[in-house]
Ligand binder design. Sequence first.
Ligand code: SF4
Length: 60
Amino acid sequence: MPKPVIDYDKCKVTKTCIDVCPMQVFEEEDEKVVVAKPDECIGCRACEVQCPEQAITIEE
Ligand code: SF4
């Protein structure tokens, strides 16, 4: 199962992942982005490719 992992050393909370994820996997919480629904991830890699900080890795 694909699972997105956020590197918080790189994340600058642009919220690009929230905008591009077709499955609403990410949510904003306390001024951070969290992987709120990891089980919904379909592994499309839109978040990984489009994050301007390359802060997301999809683990298989
Ligand atoms: S890989 Fe696709 S479905 Fe999974 S979290 Fe990233 S954008 Fe969402």
